[in-house]
Design a binder for this molecule. Structure first.
Ligand code: MG
Length: 431
C-alpha cells in the first residue's frame, strides 16, 4: 500500500469550555468532525461520526463506497439519537474525511496500489498543497458559501461575515444526507490538511500555506496551525489533521487538465459536489459552474433551476423536443408544488420558538427562530437582556453558549434572570 505520513492536533481554543471537535488519523482513515448542539451534545455527535467511520474503514479491504456509506450511516445514527434523547435534540456534526482504498479490493486488476476517497458534509475543510499552492478541495455547506456562489459577496467578505458559522448541511439534522465525495489519486509530495472552522476562521489561507510548508513533519505542522489559531483568538475549537503522500506518481504539472483537484472535482467519480439550493434564488450552483453542463433530459430534471438550463442549453443533443418540454413543464409544476408546501412548513418551523445566545457584540439576547444550522432562515432578535459576556461567570457563559430553546419570550427572559450569574469581580463592584 501507499506510504503516507500524518500528524494531528486539536484544542478547545481560548473561549469554549469544552472541545466538541473529534479527529481520527490511523493510516487508513483521516477525519475531522465539528459537533454542534446544546448540553455538550455536539461532542456526542462528532464522536459518533468519527467512531462510525473508523469502524467501517477498519473492516478488511474497504472499497471506495465504504466511506460514503459510513457517513450516511453516521447521519442516520445521529439523527435517531437526537430524536430519542431530549438532551441531544438538534445535535449535529460536520465531517471531512480521507480514506485510503486499495485498488486490488476495488476489483481493479493492478498492483499499483491505492488511492484516496474524500468525503465531506458541512463547513469543515480539506485543503491540498501541491507545487507550493494551497487549494480548498471541499466545498463548504454554509450560508456564506451560497452567497459567494451566487456572486452576492466575495470570498474575502465571507471570512468576516456575521453569519459565517451557519451550516446548511450537517450530519444528524435530516434523516438522509447527501455526501460530497471525490476520488483522489496519490501523488508524491501532496499534503492534505483536514480542519474544522476553528482554524479557517482564525488563520487566513495564505498563513495556513506558509505555516504548513515551514514544517515538514506533519505532526509539527498540525500543532503549529492549531497554535496559530489560538494565538489569533481561538474563538472556537480547533482541529487539524495533516496527511503527506510519501510515495506515488510524480504529480502532474501545475494548472493542467491532468491535475483533477485543481479543476474542482475528479472526473473519475460520478459524485459532483452540489450545494443544496432547492429553494434559493441563486442561479449558479458550484456544480454548474465547475461542470458547465446540466442534465438536459426532461425525465431527469429535478427542480425549476434545472428546467431553465434545460431550456437554454445550446449543447443539448437532438431529442423529441415537444415531449421533453411537456415533461419539463409537468415535472416543473410538481417540483414547484412540493417546494411551496415544503417551504411553508419548513419556514413555520424555522421561525418558531426562542433561544438565548450571544450576538456579534457579545450581548446576551433572545432570538426568535431555530439556532444555527437552519439554511437561510436567520433568527431575529426579540429582546436584548442587557447582559454582556464579560460580566458573566464561566458557568453562565456556558449556559448561554448551550443556546437553550424556549416556547415563549417570557420563558427565555426568566431563564436569563434566574440562571445567569454575574462574575465575582462584577458582584464586588456592584455592576
Ligand atoms: Mg467549529
Amino acid at each position: 500500500m501507499a506510504e503516507l505520513a500524518w500528524g494531528a492536533a486539536t484544542d478547545a481554543g481560548q473561549i469554549r469550555a469544552s472541545n466538541e471537535d473529534h479527529l481520527w488519523a490511523d493510516g487508513q482513515l483521516f477525519a475531522v468532525a465539528d459537533g454542534m448542539g446544546g448540553h455538550q451534545a455536539g461532542e456526542v455527535a462528532s464522536a459518533l461520526a468519527v467512531s462510525r467511520l473508523s469502524s467501517a474503514l477498519a473492516q478488511p479491504d474497504p472499497t471506495a463506497d465504504a466511506l460514503v456509506a459510513a457517513i450516511e450511516d453516521a447521519n442516520r445514527e445521529i439523527f435517531a439519537a437526537s430524536a430519542t434523547d431530549p438532551d441531544q435534540q438538534g445535535m449535529g456534526t460536520t465531517i471531512t474525511a480521507l480514506a485510503l482504498i486499495s485498488r486490488a479490493t476495488d476489483g481493479e486488476d493492478t498492483d499499483d496500489d491505492a488511492y484516496l476517497v474524500l468525503g465531506n458534509v458541512g463547513d469543515s475543510r480539506t485543503y491540498r498543497i501541491r507545487h507550493g499552492v494551497l487549494e480548498q478541495v471541499t466545498v463548504d455547506h454554509s450560508y456564506v458559501q451560497e452567497l459567494v456562489a451566487g456572486g452576492h459577496i466575495s470570498p474575502a467578505e465571507a471570512r468576516t461575515h456575521p453569519r459565517r458559522n451557519i451550516v446548511t448541511r450537517a450530519l444528524g439534522i435530516e434523516p438522509e444526507i447527501e455526501v460530497d465525495s471525490w476520488r483522489v489519486e496519490l501523488y508524491r509530495g501532496d499534503r492534505y490538511i483536514l480542519c474544522s472552522d476553528g482554524l479557517v476562521d482564525e488563520v487566513p489561507d495564505d498563513d495556513i500555506l506558509e505555516i504548513a510548508t515551514s514544517h515538514s513533519d506533519p505532526t509539527e505542522a498540525a500543532r503549529a496551525l492549531v497554535d496559530t489559531a489560538n494565538a489569533n483568538g481561538g474563538h472556537d475549537n480547533i482541529s487539524v489533521v495533516v496527511v503527506d503522500v510519501i510515495d506515488g506518481a510524480e504529480p502532474p504539472p501545475p494548472n493542467t487538465e491532468a491535475d483533477p483537484v485543481a479543476t474542482g472535482w475528479d472526473e473519475s467519480t460520478d459524485e459532483i459536489p452540489v450545494i443544496d439550493d432547492s429553494d434559493t434564488d441563486d442561479e449558479t450552483t458550484p456544480a454548474e459552474s465547475v461542470e458547465g453542463e446540466t442534465a438536459v433530459d426532461g425525465e431527469t430534471v429535478g427542480d425549476s433551476a434545472d428546467t431553465e438550463n434545460a431550456e437554454t442549453d445550446a449543447a443539448a443533443p437532438a431529442r423529441p423536443r415537444r415531449r421533453s418540454r411537456l415533461w419539463t413543464f409537468i415535472l416543473g409544476i410538481g417540483a414547484a408544488a412540493v417546494l411551496v408546501f415544503g417551504s411553508a412548513i419548513f419556514a413555520a418551523w424555522a421561525r418558531s420558538g426562542y433561544f438565548v445566545d450571544f450576538d456579534n457584540d457579545d450581548r446576551v439576547v433572545v432570538y426568535k427562530g431555530q439556532p444555527s444550522t437552519i439554511l437561510w432562515f436567520n433568527p431575529t432578535v426579540s429582546a436584548d437582556t442587557g447582559r454582556i459576556r464579560d460580566a458573566l461567570d464561566e458557568r453562565s457563559i456556558e449556559l448561554v453558549e448551550d443556546r437553550f430553546r424556549f416556547d415563549s419570550l417570557a420563558a427565555a427572559e426568566r431563564f436569563v434572570t434566574e440562571r445567569l450569574e454575574l462574575a465575582e469581580d462584577d458582584r464586588r463592584t456592584g455592576s
